[in-house]
Write a protein that binds this ligand. Structure first.
Ligand SMILES: [Zn+2]
Length: 75
């Protein structure tokens, strides 16, 4: 499956390429170097910034607190 990935070379050029997930390197279009795939937790950050993500986080935290009380663990 192909999707957009960010690739960065050693000169700091970042470019987006539509590649399959097993492609780790491409030729940098700005220079002669190889650009490597950047793996960033973008999805998580987006999730935390959305209200749905915050709600989910709060629910998990609530569960965690209940768990801690039940087992006598305090943070
Ligand atoms: Zn470059």
């Amino acid at each position: 499956m192909r999707r957009l990935y960010d690739f960065q070379c050693d000169n700091g050029h970042v470019n987006e390429f539509l590649r399959s997930s097993d492609v780790e390197e491409v030729d940098c279009p700005d220079c002669e170097l190889k650009a490597r795939k950047i793996v960033t937790p973008v999805k998580i950050q987006r999730d935390m910034n959305s209200s749905a993500g915050k709600e989910r986080w709060a629910k998990q935290r609530e569960k965690q607190i209940k768990h801690e009380r039940k087992h006598g663990v305090t943070l």
